[in-house]
Design a protein around this ligand. Sequence first.
Ligand SMILES: Nc1nc2c(ncn2[C@@H]2O[C@H](COP(=O)(O)OP(=O)(O)OP(=O)(O)O)[C@@H](O)[C@H]2O)c(=O)[nH]1
Length: 696
Amino acid sequence: MRGQVLHPLLLRQLRRAGLSADVDDAVAFGELLKHVSRAYAEHDQERTLLERSQDLASQEMVALNDALRAERDALEQRVLDRTAALEVSQSRLSSLLSLSADWIWEQDAELRFTYVSEEFSTAVGFAPRLIGKRHEFGATIEADGEAQAEYERSVAERRPYRDFTYAIVRPDGVKRWIRASGEPVFDADAVFRGYRGVGRDVTEIIAAHQVVKQMAQLDHLTGLPNRRLFLIELDRAIARAHRDGSGFSVCFVDLDRFKHVNDTLGHLAGDQLLATLGKRLRADLRATDLVARMGGDEFVVLLEGTTDPADVSRLAGVLLGTVNQVLHVAGRDMQVSASIGIARYPDDGIDATTLLSHADSAMYEAKAAGKNRFHFHTEVAAREAARQFELEAQLRLAIAREEFELHYQPKLGVDDRAVTAVEALVRWRHPNRGLVMPGEFIALAEDRGLIVAIGRLVIKMACRQIAAWRRQGIEPPCVAINVSAKQFADDVLLADLTAAMTESSVGGGELVVELTETALMADPERATGVLEALRRLGVRIAIDDFGTGYSSLSYLKRFPADEVKIDRSFVDGLPEDPDDLAITQAVIAMAHSLGMKVVAEGVETEAQRSALAAMGCDQMQGYLLGRPMPVEDLVGRLSKAVHGAVAPVLDGPSVHVDGVAATSVGSTPVSLGSPTCEGVHMPAGCASQASASFTQ
Ligand SMILES: Nc1nc2c(ncn2[C@@H]2O[C@H](COP(=O)(O)OP(=O)(O)OP(=O)(O)O)[C@@H](O)[C@H]2O)c(=O)[nH]1
C-alpha cells in the first residue's frame, strides 16, 4: 500500500490509535479493517449530526423568514394606510388653500426657497422661479421699515414671525401685498434647518384699509383733509420748519353769518355752498399750501414757507376774494364772506395747539372788527382769549352753583306812571369780584353754549320770586324775561318754562317773554310755532329792540306778539331828531294797528317822556323812571306804594344794562307784571295795576 494516499478519516483513526500512517510499518490488516470500520462509523455519525444541524438551521430560517414576511406585510400595510391618509390630508389642505388663497413654503438654512405651493402664483398673478432663491425673485420688495426690521430680527434670532406684510412689485409694475408667517425648523440635533410657513395675498385688504384710512382723514363734504389729517400735517410742518429753520402761517377761515344761509336756504344748500367753497379755496391756493375743513363753516389754510406779513396778507386777501366770489347755490346766486385769523410759526407759537388757538382768537378779532377781513395774532388778543377761557371756566362753575341773581327794572305807563311790569335783569354774584354785569359774560355764554343753562336759571329765579312776593303778601307784578336767540332756538325753552311755572305755581299770565327780531327771524316758521305754544301757556310775548333788526311789518303781523319795545337808539334822539321821531311814530302806529302795545326803552329825560306820551306810546322804561335794582329795593318801594305812600324816583343802585347784545338774557327783563301787564290781555294772575304806582 506504499505510495497509496489514505482517506483522511482513516488516517485520523490510525493516528488516534498511535499507529503509523505507513501501512507497511506494522499495521495488521485486521487492525486496519477495524480502524476502517470505525472511520466509516464516525463518518456516518458526523454526517448524521450535520444533517440534523442542517435541518434545525433550515427550520429556524423558515420561521425567521415567516416573521420577516409578516413584518414586511404589516409595514407595507402601514405605509399604504399612511399614504392614503396623507393623500386625504394633502387634498384637504390643497382644497382649503385654494379656498383661502394661502400658500405654503419652506426655506433652507440660507433662507432659499425649497418649496412654494402653486397657490402662490395663482394668488399673486405671476410665477417667478423661487426654488433655490431667497426673497429676491426678480420682483422688487417693499415693506414698512419697522415691519422689515422686526422681521429681520426674528429671522436672525431664529424666532417665529407672524404677519410680516410686504409688497412685491411684479415685473408688469403691479404691486401685490403679501402677509407671511413663518416658524424656524430644527432637526433632531437642534440644528437650524430653515423656515417654513404660510403666505397670503392681502392686496385687497390693504387697499380697503387705505380707503378707510383716507375716509377717516378726509372731509366727506368737500373732499378736503379733515381736522384729524390737518393736525397731523401741522405737526409735520412744524417738524420740517424746525429742522430747516423756516416758517409758515396758519389761517383760520370762518364764514360770516353762515347760520343765516342754512336758515334761509336750508341745510342742503349750506352743504352745497361749503363743498363749492372748499373746491375754490383749494384751486386758488398754491399746490404747496394745505387747505382743510375743520368742521362746520371753518376752514384752515397752512401757507407753507410764508411768514412775511406782506406775503401772508396778500394770500389772505386771495382767500377773502375767493370766498367773496359769487356762488350759485340752490338755484340762486349768492355771495358770502369770511373772517380770517392768522398765526405764524415760530413767532406766534411753536406747537400746534398754540398756533391754532392764536389763529382762532385772531379770527374772532376779525369778526369783532366787522367781519370779511383778516387779522394777525397779537399778544393783546392772546391775553383776551386766555381771559375768556378763564371766565368760561368760572361761568360753568357759576351755573352749577347758581351764583346768579335778578335785578328788576320797572316798566311804567307813560301817562299815569303806574308800574305795568318789571323786567328781570340777570347779574352774576362772583365770589371774588362781586356783582358782574351781563355785558361781561352774556356774549361769552352765548358763544360757548352756556346761555340756555343761564336762561333756565333766570326763568326759575323769576318764577320763584313771584311765588316769594305772593308769600310775603305782595301782589306780584308781571315779570318780563329776556330770552336769547339761542335759548329760543333750543327746544327745551318750553319745557324749562313749564317746569319753573309748575315748581313755583306761577301762571303764564304773570310772565312776559321778550324776544328780539333776530331770534324770531332765524327760523320764522318755527318761531311762529313756538310763539303759539307760549301763548297757549298764557305767557305774553314782547318783541325787544324793535327797529334794530328786520323791522318787517309783514313778519310782525304774522308773529302773535303782544308788545313791541322801541329800541333806545330811537328814543335817544327824541324829541329833536326828526328821523327818530318819524320812526317812533311809525312803529307806534304800526303796532297799534296790529293790536300791540308799545314800550319805549331808555327813557332818560322828561322831554323824551312827554314826546312819547304825545305820540301815544303806552309804556316806558328808563333811568328817568327807575334803574334796575335788587329785589329788596324794589319790594321796599312796592310795599310803600301798596300801602299808599308815594315812592320817589326809582333809583336803584345797579348799573344800566345797556350794551348787552339785543339777543341776550342780559338785557334782562323779566317783567314784573303789573296787574295788567298792560296792554295785553289781562292775566288772571296779575295784581291790580292800581296797587303799585311809581311817581317821580
Ligand atoms: N349746511 C351745514 N351747516 C353746518 C354744518 N356744520 C355746521 N353747520 C352750521 O354752521 C353754522 C356755524 O355758525 P357759526 O359759525 O357759529 O355762526 P355764523 O352764523 O357763521 O356767524 P359768525 O361766524 O359769527 O359770522 C351753524 O348754524 C351750524 O349749524 C354742515 O356740515 N353743513
